[in-house]
Design a protein around this ligand. Structure first.
Ligand SMILES: NC(=O)c1ccc[n+]([C@@H]2O[C@H](COP(=O)([O-])OP(=O)(O)OC[C@H]3O[C@@H](n4cnc5c(N)ncnc54)[C@H](O)[C@@H]3O)[C@@H](O)[C@H]2O)c1
Length: 436
């Protein structure tokens, strides 16, 4: 039996401790966590208990963990967006192979520095573009690579963010404000842009973009609306964004069972984001004082709630990417039109589907293998692939240079939107590489 890969974790939050590290519980022969860095004492204690770590294996910050010397094969880095570059460069230089959450960095310069650090140290640096590892996108990729659609003429790709997810993450939550995190087109759509880069294998030559924040603003309601849903808001009972309806009784949270008064919420996303104490009183206290109880029209959010990116590829394909936060349900929808067939697909919600409509011929419903774990199987797919790469059993499905390209497209889209420009991507790439 081979020895389990040993990893250290930096950032024991929703992604690190739950989405990925949970794999170790069911696959102890494949992976073992031997240290954690996490400043939140409750999260640090919980992770140490779950993974049987003693005090010498727990650290308050990634800096302390790095200072303790190399203690594992690889590092899983799942700190927040603005804390990706420094710990990753430090980990690569300390000799760790790294699996890093997306976005790889919050600036173009940071992205380029990461590519340079990976190339300089010769270590593996894999970005968690989890959707690449789903059976859905692997099936789609096989269809496109087979050429059965003919030459691809147009692509429409929609990232339909559900209204409650928009409110949770991009109005009240961690990704609401560009200065505190990153532009939404990077935070949400570096995945989509990565998939387009992979699916089309045809570099983007020109790009433009429009979009703005239309709805989640102070002007959308009158002055009588209070700062918090818990402050006796007159429209709370009918408001689809009510924090009480989302986090207390769960009535507005699709897929959640309703929670009776006094009941403790399950330790799952999005409940786990609002507080470490998920009892009824703990959640109510969090809504009265923390960010998640704020009225969606009274937050310090500035990221867009809709944006469209138009792209032309080297071979002439027209591509549109629409991202918005007003969908009735969370899903991505896609359409590829080629000279031999059209393909329509849907990923998310309760339905995953790919249908090919051959020109003048049959309609084909494509079978998609089932998968467990978050993001349609992508979370554990990404993590287990990283372990196989470290064991030398497979080549990574993507590398840091490919990830750089999707991030470049996102930064270009934001620049195009803000300055009403059409961006020449060749010049943009050269300029980015010259930044460092
Ligand atoms: N791949 C995906 O689809 C996907 C989905 C959601 C989020 N993300 C990304 O994952 C990352 C983490 O998101 P999350 O929701 O888990 O956030 P989170 O806030 O729950 O977790 C981040 C953790 O980092 C810890 N931290 C802060 N300073 C630290 C330090 N000095 N050393 C070590 N740890 C430190 C925080 O205390 C927190 O527990 C973000 O960059 C986010 O954009 C990716």
């Amino acid at each position: 039996m081979t020895k389990p890969i040993e990893l250290v974790l930096m950032g024991a939050g929703a992604r690190g401790a739950h989405a990925y590290a949970s794999y170790a519980f069911t696959h102890p022969n494949e992976v073992r966590f031997v240290a954690v860095a996490e400043p939140d004492p409750e999260r640090r204690r919980r992770f140490a208990n779950e993974h049987d770590l003693d005090e010498s294996q727990t650290f308050e910050s990634w800096k302390d963990l790095i200072a303790a010397g190399k203690m594992a094969d690889g590092a899983l880095i799942t700190t927040q967006d603005r804390m990706h570059v420094e710990p990753t460069i430090a980990a690569l230089e300390a000799g760790y192979d790294v699996l890093l959450e997306k976005p790889m960095a919050d600036s173009l310069e940071g992205c380029v520095r990461l590519v340079q650090a990976a190339e300089r140290t010769g270590r593996t640096l894999q970005i968690c573009h989890v959707l690449r590892y789903t059976p859905f996108w692997q099936t789609l990729q096989d269809i496109l690579a087979s050429g059965q659609l003919g030459r691809i003429i147009t692509v429409e790709h929609r990232e339909n963010v559900a209204w409650w997810h928009m409110a949770h993450s991009f109005v009240r939550g961690n990704w609401r404000n560009k200065e505190l995190s990153t532009p939404m087109i990077l935070a949400k759509c570096c995945h989509d842009l990565d998939l387009l880069v992979w699916n089309l294998d045809d570099p983007v030559v020109r790009l433009s973009s429009v979009g703005s924040l239309l709805h989640y603003t102070a002007e959308s309601v009158g002055p009588e609306i209070p700062l918090r849903c818990t402050d006796g808001c007159p429209i709370e009972a009918d408001c689809p964004y009510s924090a009480l309806g989302i986090y207390m009784d769960g009535r507005l949270l699709p897929g959640s069972r309703s929670l009776a008064e006094g009941e403790t919420a399950p330790n799952v996303w999005p409940f786990m984001t609002i507080s470490n104490d998920l009892s009824w009183d703990g959640r109510l206290a969090a809504l009265k004082t923390g960010p998640y109880g704020r009225c969606v029209y009274r937050c310090d959010n500035d990221v867009v709630d809709h944006q469209v990116v138009l792209m032309e590829t080297a071979s002439g394909t027209s591509v549109s990417l629409t991202m918005h936060g007003h969908s009735n349900e969370e899903h991505r929808s896609l359409r590829f039109d080629g000279t031999k067939a059209s393909l329509r697909a849907r990923f998310g919600g309760n339905i995953q589907a790919i249908v090919i409509y051959h020109h003048g011929g049959a309609q084909e419903v494509v079978e998609i293998p089932t998968a467990s774990s978050g993001h349609g199987g992508g979370d554990w797919g990404t993590f287990s692939s990283f372990l196989r790469v470290l064991r030398g059993e497979e080549k990574a499905l993507t590398d840091v240079r490919a990830s750089l390209e999707s991030h470049l497209l996102a930064f270009a889209a934001e620049e195009a939107r803000l300055n009403h420009q059409v961006i020449d991507m060749a010049a943009f790439r050269t300029q980015a590489e010259g930044m460092v």
